[in-house]
Each structure stands twice: as structure tokens, then as C-alpha cells.
Design a protein around this ligand. Structure first.
Ligand SMILES: C[C@@H]1O[C@H](OP(=O)(O)OP(=O)(O)OC[C@H]2O[C@@H](n3cnc4c(=O)[nH]c(N)nc43)[C@H](O)[C@@H]2O)[C@@H](O)[C@H](O)[C@@H]1O
Length: 391
């Protein structure tokens, strides 16, 4: 395998060859709180990838590789949640592009190298929140081993042949690079894992390195091609920045139940889409809707918008496309289509919308066309925070 890390490693250091078979190589695994969705998991990946890249850049810990945790039975993947197999990252991302930023490997790259096909993790650190994050009125970075009721609540990403030798629970609060302190508790460990990786915070949120990492998260080529084909043939655009359509991410399902104060009703949504077109996009008639709404609710929205003389588009995969791309890939195709639209309106505090906003920043759209949200019918509505790209 090509060593994409040549530039940051001392060539004399043998373990820098990014070779999973090298016996000096150590592996860092992680897992995320089981109910969390795909797009929060992407953010957790970035925390670990930035941590790895920054230590590599400093010429430290060159023998460590970050193992990409397979995607398995995500809560929101309705069509194959129960029957799903663990999926490698290459299903959704361009893994070579990820490797150009940080020393990552797929789990199956390691498993195929194990003769017994069983993998033993030396220590699984189960991260836990502190009961009171603001003890004494301040939020301080800290950690502490916790021996009470310690257990791992995950399933090793659906891989029955992965086992743990030791489980250690740790109350943890603060920046992710402090996980190296935990790793140094057992210096001879070769395979170390962090469960509940989402508890550790970004080292450098919003910095250039953060954005370099974000840019390296290119999607699988087939997903990109499918989205581009759809845009060209349905939305009449072959450019990077399309002028022909507006896109809306209409997050429903659990959001209409648990966040009903932040999201609009069906009629509130229609009014806001119509208002946005009248205000900003007078010549536009095409509207693309990305949504997790049940078909009946989505059809009502489409019907009502068509009544207002809009041409409404929604990506519906064929049976073959769904089998090939899975729910996760279809959701990415929707995101790509939203990323290229002349104007985007997202759903408040949905990480799915956040990832579209980042993509649009990377593509170079004017931020005014990106940081817009659907407001609740009450009209009480702050504009989304602007996380603008740093090149
Ligand atoms: C309240 C929280 O919300 C968080 O969701 P939120 O940030 O929107 O975003 P995600 O973490 O990605 O989870 C939502 C999932 O629902 C599907 N989904 C949502 N919108 C669309 C869409 O427009 N098109 C398609 N095809 N699929 C969509 C998709 O599988 C996506 O990963 C959850 O991660 C947490 O578990 C929790 O439920």
C-alpha cells in the first residue's frame, strides 16, 4: 500500500510505512454511543483524525493507526437496520482521500491480516461523562478511572470475532488529545479502544487543520456520480455552483416529536419555502427536497408546493440503487444534491444539515445562501451559527 504519510514521517522510522502488517504498528479503535446517527459520527471521526494528524505532524506516535469503525445497524437506517452487515467506510467515503489526511485503516484491512481472524483489543477504555461538568463553577479538562459498575455497552461494530482483554471505565472531560494520557497507562498495549468516543471534544474546532480534515472526507465516487447525474438530468445543471434550483433539508421523524419547538408544521414549511423563493430567487421554479419524512407526509408537501406552481424534486432510489448504496448512501446523495443548490435551507441543529453547510463552504458558495434554516411556526427563530471555511 502506498504510504500517503511520507511527507510527515521520518523515512528512517520503520513503523511509519503505514503497513497494517508491520508488527510495530499499534492500532487505535473507537466506538460511538449506539443511538447516534451518521452525521454526528462523522464529526467524532474528525476529532480522532485531527488528533492523529497533529501528533504525526509533530513527528510523534508515528507507529499508531486509527481504525475506521465499521457502520453497523444505525438507528435511522430503516430499510436494513435489522439485517445489516457491518459496512466499511469505503461504502460511503473515498478512503484514500481520508488516508491523505490521517493514518487511518479499515477494520477489514487488519482482520484479513490476522491469521486466526480474531482480534483482541488489549484495553477498552469506556469513556463516561462527569455527573457535574461544571464542578466548582468551571469546566476543566480532567479524567479519572471509575471502578463502579464498569461495562462496555457496544458490540464491536457487529464483529463477533473482536474481543477485549481488559475494560477500564474512565470519567473524561476535555480535549481528545488527552486520550494519549490514558493510552500511556498501559504502554505495551498494541490495540487500544475508546468506547463512547463522542465524549472527547475537538482539539481544534474550526481551524485550518479541522477544515483540511473535513475536505479530505470525500464521498465514494459512485455516490458522487449518481448525485451529479441526477442534478444534470433533473435540475439542469452541470456546474459546481448551480443557479437552477433551491434545496431544503426537511428533517422530520424524531425531530417532530422531540424538537417540535424548533421545527415548522407542514404548512409552515410551505410558507417559508415560498417566501424564500420570492425574497431571494425570483427566477427559480425548481425545488429539491431532502427529507426523512414518511412518504405520505412528503407527498403532501410536494403536492402543496406543486399547487403553488413549483417543480418539486425528491431523489427516490431504484431497488438496485438502494441495495447498492444502502440508506446511508441515499442520504449522502441527498446531501450532495443540496450542496450544489443556489440556495439552501436546513433544519435547526440537525448534524445532517450542518454537514451540507460545510460542503457548501468548501465548494465556495456565498455563506448567505447556506446558513438558513426552517423556523418554527411561532416565528421565534435565530439564524444558524456560521462556521465558515478556512483554507
Ligand atoms: C435528535 C438527534 O438527531 C440526530 O440526527 P441529525 O443530527 O439530524 O442527523 P444524523 O445524525 O445524520 O441522523 C439522521 C439520519 O436520518 C436520515 N436522514 C435525515 N434526513 C435525511 C434526508 O434528508 N434524506 C435521507 N435520505 N435521509 C435522511 C439519515 O439516515 C441520517 O443519517 C441523530 O443523530 C441523533 O441520534 C438524535 O436522534
Amino acid at each position: 500500500e502506498q504510504d500517503l504519510f511520507e511527507g510527515t514521517c521520518d523515512a528512517a522510522v520503520k513503523s511509519c510505512q503505514n503497513d497494517p502488517q508491520n508488527h510495530d504498528t499499534k492500532f487505535l479503535f473507537y466506538d460511538v454511543n449506539p443511538p447516534e446517527g451518521f452525521n454526528l459520527r462523522r464529526d467524532v471521526y474528525m476529532r480522532f483524525a485531527v488528533m492523529m494528524s497533529e501528533t504525526h505532524k509533530k513527528g510523534k506516535k508515528l507507529d499508531w493507526r486509527l481504525v475506521l469503525p465499521p457502520w453497523y445497524r444505525l438507528y435511522h437506517w430503516r430499510s436494513q437496520r435489522m439485517i445489516g452487515q457491518p459496512l466499511p467506510w469505503s461504502t460511503f467515503f473515498d478512503v484514500n482521500s481520508l488516508k491523505s489526511f490521517a493514518p487511518v485503516v479499515e477494520l477489514n484491512e487488519i482482520l484479513t491480516n490476522e491469521t486466526s481472524n480474531t482480534l483482541e483489543i488489549d484495553t477498552v477504555y469506556v469513556l463516561q461523562n462527569y455527573d457535574d461538568p461544571f464542578e466548582g463553577g468551571i469546566f476543566a479538562d480532567k479524567w479519572q478511572v471509575n471502578k463502579d459498575n464498569c461495562r462496555y455497552d457496544g458490540d464491536f461494530w457487529g464483529h463477533a470475532n473482536v474481543k477485549a482483554k481488559e475494560i477500564v471505565c474512565v470519567r473524561f472531560q476535555g480535549q481528545i488529545s488527552r486520550l494519549w494520557e490514558l493510552i500511556s497507562l498501559h504502554p505495551s498495549d498494541k490495540n487500544v479502544m475508546f468506547a463512547h468516543g463522542e465524549i472527547a471534544l475537538h482539539d481544534s474546532y474550526g481551524t485550518k487543520n479541522y477544515w483540511d480534515c473535513r475536505k479530505s472526507m470525500k464521498f465514494n465516487e459512485n455516490l458522487v456520480k449518481t448525485a451529479e447525474y441526477y442534478i444534470e438530468n433533473n435540475l439542469n445543471c452541470t456546474e459546481k455552483l448551480c443557479k437552477s434550483y433551491m434545496a431544503v433539508h426537511w428533517r422530520r421523524q424524531d425531530f417532530t416529536r422531540s424538537r417540535h419547538n424548533d421545527v415548522p408544521s407542514l404548512h409552515g414549511t410551505i410558507d417559508q419555502i415560498d417566501h424564500a423563493v420570492r425574497m431571494h430567487l425570483r427566477k427559480i421554479k425548481k425545488i429539491f427536497i431532502a427529507s426523512d419524512a414518511p412518504t405520505s407526509e412528503l407527498n403532501l408537501l410536494i403536492h402543496e408546493l406543486e399547487y403553488l406552481k413549483y417543480e418539486v424534486f425528491h431523489f427516490t432510489p431504484s431497488k438496485t440503487e438502494l441495495e447498492l448504496f444502502k440508506d446511508g448512501g441515499v442520504a449522502i446523495i441527498d446531501q450532495i444534491i443540496c450542496s450544489h443548490a443556489a440556495y439552501f435551507i436546513g433544519t435547526h441543529e440537525s448534524t445532517y444539515s450542518f454537514r451540507i453547510q460545510e460542503e457548501r463552504e468548501i465548494l465556495g458558495f456565498d455563506s448567505d445562501t447556506t446558513f438558513n434554516r426552517l423556523c418554527p411556526d411561532s416565528g421565534v427563530c435565530e439564524k444558524p451559527s456560521r462556521w465558515t471555511v478556512i483554507h
